[in-house]
Design a protein around this ligand. Structure first.
Ligand SMILES: [Zn+2]
Length: 273
């Protein structure tokens, strides 16, 4: 399996060459553009400032936890390994299940054992809670994230659970890397030390699933916030506030379609785009 992955470094421009080709009206090979299938697993309310740093503290906002299937490449690729409402409830967070991981995959004609690659955005426990279900998969994680998660700083240690990822078949990435033609990971740290966002080339340009927990308001703050000159908001949870801000800016810059990891707007969406 690993031999089929290409970990060559490629510049963003080179990666985006396909998009430029499309914009210039040249012939486009549709077979090389993919789609993302959101699989919502559970939902619940969070403090709004958990996503948008120091904004709307004390207000509640609906949040959703997903895994995302990338439709199109010959490799069967999933983004994140999922969590369930009951696992949140065990930790005192009253989330409700939307559907089980198995039921969500089944709707796409897949089972957990069909997944070959799991691109793990980051190692917060709720992104790898169900990782052991994918017995045949290679898990792609940024080296910086993995090293930190093995020995997390005590300030954030409660967000990590080593047992969830220590026995997986892991491939460590180091920075931006193309996974397969049309699918690329981008190092976007700050929410965690080595978070990675996932770019997927689609018929409507580059869709990017963020490598950090956030909502659409991080990218497009409400009018009353923008009125103060704030165009981008850092994630409320972070290990480095400035890097977290820069990662939001980077995703906003490169993406034609922004897919924030926790935004509820994809709960009813079958396919992006
Ligand atoms: Zn997170």
């Amino acid at each position: 399996m690993l031999k089929r992955l290409t970990f060559r470094e490629k510049s963003v421009k080179e990666f985006l060459g396909f998009r430029e080709e499309e914009a210039s009206g040249e012939k486009v090979d549709r077979k090389k553009s993919y789609a993302i299938r959101p699989i919502p697993l559970c939902k619940g309310f969070r403090d709004r400032s958990q996503w948008t740093y120091r904004i709307h503290t004390g207000q509640k906002v609906l949040s959703c936890s997903y895994v995302w299937y990338i439709e199109g490449p010959k490799e069967r690729i999933l983004v994140d390994a999922g969590v369930s409402g009951s696992l949140f409830r065990e930790r005192g967070i009253p989330d409700e299940d939307v559907q089980s991981l198995e039921d969500g995959l089944k709707k796409l004609g897949l089972g957990c054992r069909d997944i070959e690659i799991v691109l793990v955005t980051h190692l917060h426990w709720d992104h790898v809670a169900l990782a052991s279900s994918f017995s045949k998969a290679t898990f792609m994680i940024q080296k910086k994230e993995y090293d930190f998660a093995l020995r997390p700083h005590p300030a954030v240690a409660a967000s990590y659970q080593k047992e969830l990822f220590i026995n997986l078949n892991i491939h460590l990435a180091d920075g931006d890397q193309e996974m397969t033609r049309g699918v690329k990971v981008y190092l976007t740290p700050g929410h965690t030390p080595g978070g990675q966002s996932v770019g997927v080339q689609t018929s409507e340009g580059l869709a990017v699933i963020t490598g950090f927990c956030c909502s659409l308001e991080n990218f497009y703050p409400p009018a009353e916030v923008r009125a103060k000159g704030v165009e981008i908001v850092a994630p409320g949870i972070h290990t480095d506030l400035l890097m977290a801000y820069d990662s939001v800016a980077r995703v906003k810059e490169i993406a034609d379609i922004i897919i924030p990891l926790n935004d509820p707007k994809f709960m009813e969406v079958d396919r992006i785009p």
